[in-house]
Design a protein around this ligand. Structure first.
Ligand SMILES: *[C@@H]1O[C@H](CO)[C@@H](O)[C@H](O)[C@H]1NC(C)=O
Ligand SMILES: *[C@@H]1O[C@H](CO)[C@@H](O)[C@H](O)[C@H]1NC(C)=O
Ligand SMILES: *[C@@H]1O[C@H](CO)[C@@H](O)[C@H](O)[C@H]1NC(C)=O
Ligand SMILES: *[C@@H]1O[C@H](CO)[C@@H](O)[C@H](O)[C@H]1NC(C)=O
Ligand SMILES: *[C@@H]1O[C@H](CO)[C@@H](O)[C@H](O)[C@H]1NC(C)=O
Length: 464
């Protein structure tokens, strides 16, 4: 959006700025008095205000006190480091809580040395097509146990929710088998490697899911917080860092998440203004990705739910192209802007893959929302609790996120297409069961964990 077009008159501009400032001040006052106000803000907005969001805003903007993830507390305490300094780091194999008996088509699954070969065999598989099948071995970790990695705002087992049948399905791709996920086998395969997820709150869900999957949800004091190696440290006054990075010492595997809702480079237009707008460079990848790409072995990008007018205004993003404010009216339409950005980033990433041949790059497609009878702010809900009541199978060929699909086509960037398979799972959202759900607002955007993002990771891990 180009403000110049919308607000030609300086007078209007000034009054809008003043109004915005007054609103901001009031919001902050109310917030300070009653952090619970967070629960009056629809879930979709929470990530505008949230941690992650901080990095898209000047330091010291809205704090987000509504969530104290146990992750932060556990890992900032220093126990991990002391532990590591005091004795030889050890690793408790991340055996999933239950034993598996799922029929395997690959006997050599247990033979770690052969797993690489196994994954080559799977290469021709289209993971996006297939069906959900009931599997009593799921979920892969417990929503009660995985407190170290799982934010309480996403742990539906800690909420009022009573139905958990949605946890008991796995994805069966058509014509091939996903190797059963096993944490220690995965880490072995990822020895000395760094896996990086970059994106919005749905990307953060995928990150937390992966941490729980790899550890089997068990407490893992040996895991080292290495956020500082990636500049992921909490700024003074901020509640949380811009992302998290953890290392499993036995295999020297690093898994990290960086919050970037748009994947664009953001540049404050006025450094000294605490409520500055940002130049959102549609044609420049976010700085974190550019800076640290040479260190990554697997990178998974996503962007989707912030591409709407409300989010642009809340984040104070002004579109820039070629280093200048965008003047192309067609591109200013947000769906075109997302398409342009996704194509730009994939093109850039593809060019980088020549320099870093060890790198596997994925672009995850859009995670679907399931609001019915309204949107997040108009009483929309997702009350269905019966799994797969609208079908269990995906048989169509193309992706339901044609923007990402077309962007990766002809490049070495892989499509992590989870849109259609997740569309079948409208019962898997947080729904009306947020930790303190007294507001009647449903979250039909984020997923319960354990839940659907575990399957995204299973599909991802089958391809790395
Ligand atoms: C891989 O598996 C095959 C048969 O499944 C076996 O003959 C071979 O020795 C295994 N390779 C290694 C390196 O263990
Ligand atoms: C751990 O892995 C990183 C690559 O991610 C590598 O640079 C580093 O040398 C490894 N450290 C050890 C002790 O092997
Ligand atoms: C930048 O922000 C500061 C503080 O709000 C303000 O005083 C200054 O005039 C702004 N500069 C420009 C160029 O707008
Ligand atoms: C998306 O962008 C690409 C590259 O700029 C362009 O070729 C394509 O037509 C666009 N698709 C849509 C649906 O706008
Ligand atoms: C889907 O793709 C497969 C293989 O690429 C092809 O054989 C099949 O005809 C396609 N189906 C449809 C409905 O387009």
């Amino acid at each position: 959006m180009k403000r110049g077009i919308l607000y030609r008159s300086g007078g209007i501009k000034v009054s809008i700025v003043i109004t915005a400032f007054v609103c901001m001040t009031l919001t902050l006052l109310v917030w300070k008095k009653a952090p619970l106000v967070a629960f009056l803000i629809p879930p979709d907005r929470l990530d505008v205000l949230s941690p992650a969001t901080r990095m898209e805003k000047p330091v010291g903007s809205v704090k987000d006190e509504h969530e104290h993830s146990s992750t932060d507390r556990t890992l900032s305490s220093g126990t991990t480091l002391k532990h590591l300094n005091g004795e030889k780091p050890y690793y408790v194999p991340a055996v999933a809580p239950m034993t598996y008996s799922r029929e395997r088509s690959f006997e050599q699954q247990k033979d770690i040395k052969n797993v690489t070969k196994l994954h080559m065999v799977e290469k021709g598989c289209n993971y996006a097509k297939g069906k959900w099948v009931a599997d009593n071995k799921w979920p892969l970790y417990s929503g009660f146990e995985c407190k170290q990695w799982l934010s309480s705002m996403w742990a539906c087992r800690l909420m009022q929710r009573k139905d958990f049948s949605f946890e008991k399905f796995r994805w069966q791709p058509k014509g091939c088998e996903i190797p059963e996920f096993e944490g220690s086998e995965f880490l072995e395969r990822m020895r000395d490697k760094t896996i990086s997820l970059i994106g919005d709150s749905l990307g953060r869900q995928q990150f937390q899911s992966l941490m729980c999957m790899v550890t089997g949800g068990k407490g893992s004091p040996e895991v080292e917080n290495v956020g500082w190696e990636y500049g992921l440290v909490k700024a003074p006054g901020a509640l949380r860092p811009d992302g998290w990075a953890y290392r499993f010492p036995r295999t020297n595997t690093t898994i990290l998440f960086y919050w970037s809702a748009s994947l664009c480079e953001l540049e404050p237009l006025n450094q000294s203004d605490p409520v500055t707008n940002y130049a959102m460079h549609l044609d420049r990848p976010v700085t974190f990705l550019k800076r640290y790409l040479p260190r990554f072995h697997v990178v998974v990008l996503n962007t989707g739910h912030h591409w709407n007018r409300g989010k642009f205004q809340a984040n104070r993003w002004d579109m820039y192209v070629g280093g200048k404010p965008n003047s192309d009216k067609k591109l200013a339409e947000i769906s075109n802007a997302r398409n342009f950005t996704v194509h730009s980033i994939v093109k850039w990433l593809d060019s980088q893959l020549l320099k870093y041949p060890w790198l596997k790059a994925f672009f995850r497609t859009m995670s679907p929302r399931h609001f019915v009878n309204g949107d997040w702010n108009t009483g929309g809900s997702c009350d269905n609790t019966i799994p797969l009541s609208s079908g269990s199978e995906v048989s169509k060929n193309g992706s339901n996120d044609p923007v990402v699909e077309s962007a990766v086509k002809g490049t070495k960037v892989k499509l992590l297409d989870i849109t259609a398979l997740s569309e079948l799972r409208n019962e898997g959202h947080i729904s009306k069961y947020s930790i303190k759900s007294s507001t009647g607002i449903s979250d039909c955007l984020h997923w319960c964990l354990p839940g659907i993002p575990d399957t995204w990771n299973e599909i991802l891990c089958a391809q790395v």
